[in-house]
Structures are given as structure tokens and as C-alpha cells.
Design a protein around this ligand. Sequence first.
Ligand code: FMN
Length: 195
Amino acid sequence: MQIIEQLQADQTAAYGHQDPNANVCFFTTVDAAGSPQVRTLVLRHIGETTITLFINTSSPKWQQLLQQPRCQALLWYPSLQIQYRLSGTAAALASDAIQDNWHKRPLRAKILDYVYDHAAPQSKRMASRAALLEQFQVVSQRVASADLKPSAAAIGLSVQLDQIERLDLSQNDLPHERTVFERSDGGWTAHVLVP
Ligand SMILES: Cc1cc2nc3c(=O)[nH]c(=O)nc-3n(C[C@H](O)[C@H](O)[C@H](O)COP(=O)(O)O)c2cc1C
């Protein structure tokens, strides 16, 4: 089985076990000062050589990716005792890729996208929670929910993967099974690692 098929099969198995991490990844960027920045994101899709995430371009992570598109997504499926480390290069997807999905977002998330566009970018420091809720109320009262339109700042992010590391802890008395896969034109090449 190819590593991508293995990854997709493991995610499907994690869903089957109601694994709380089945639909997310822990996504790391590097900021302008060279410090790592990690946060949880929903892992929207695992493709042949890419993963897809949804973000808002008002957030610091987008500026970080423009400066340094190299990034890493960590997956940990406790139900399977398997960890993946996915390394690659991020780029924005064509904007129509997110339009359908935007309409399926909860109302709260759509309103927040308006707040990011018109009042305060994502991750901005506010004076208080009350100040944030005031901005939220302003948008809620100004725009009827049926009239909310996809924000151009809500984008899909595609990460072109070039390295995948898989660590399988479920080996009983034997050492854990750890393998790194590197992608070239010829496909993925596997190397066993000391766990
Ligand atoms: C379970 C979970 C799922 C999340 N999914 C997303 C997501 O898909 N997209 C997103 O932009 N933020 C998501 N977040 C919020 C991010 O972790 C983060 O707080 C936010 O994107 C701001 O990140 P930044 O300041 O590093 O740019 C999620 C958080 C949690 C706990």
C-alpha cells in the first residue's frame, strides 16, 4: 500500500473508532522572528500529494506562510496509537474551491468572517470579550443571515507534501515502527528510522 493510501486508511479507521483527533491536525508555521507557531486546524482533505485546510487570510498564519511557505502538520490518532508528521509547502487554493463550503459554515463562523473583514482581523488583541461581542452584534444586526456572502479572505490552503513520517506505537514487545517517506518524481521512497 502506498503511504498516502495508508494515511487515508488510518484516518478512516480513526473515524471508525470515534477518535477525537480524526478530523484535525496540529499545524505549524514559522513566524517572522523564526519562532514556531502551532494551532489545531480541521484537516479538510487528504489527496494524492496534498492536504487541504481552510483558514482566513486576516490571521497571522497567512502572513507567516507568505514569508515562509514551509510548514508541518502533525496527526495523532490515540485510537490507533499512530502519529504522522506531514511536511510540505503551502499555497492558497483557487477561490472558488471554498465557496460551497463557506455556505455550509455555522452562522457564527460566517459572522466572524465579516468581523475579520470589517472590524478586527483574526487573532487581533481586543480590549475585552465585551468589545468583541459588540462587534459581533453589530454585524449580526446589520446583515441578514440569508444575505451573508463568502468572504474573499476565507481561503483553502493546499499543502504540497514532500515528506511523511509515520510512527506506529502498537508493536507490543518490539520497538515501535517508524518510517519516513520522501517524495520525488518517481513517487515515495521509504527509509526506516530508529524510533
Ligand atoms: C478543534 C479545532 C479546530 C479548528 N479548526 C480551524 C480551522 O479549520 N481553521 C482555522 O482557521 N482555525 C481553526 N481553529 C482555530 C485555530 O486553532 C486558531 O486558534 C486560529 O486559526 C488562529 O490561529 P493563528 O492566530 O495562529 O493564525 C480550530 C481550533 C480547534 C480547537
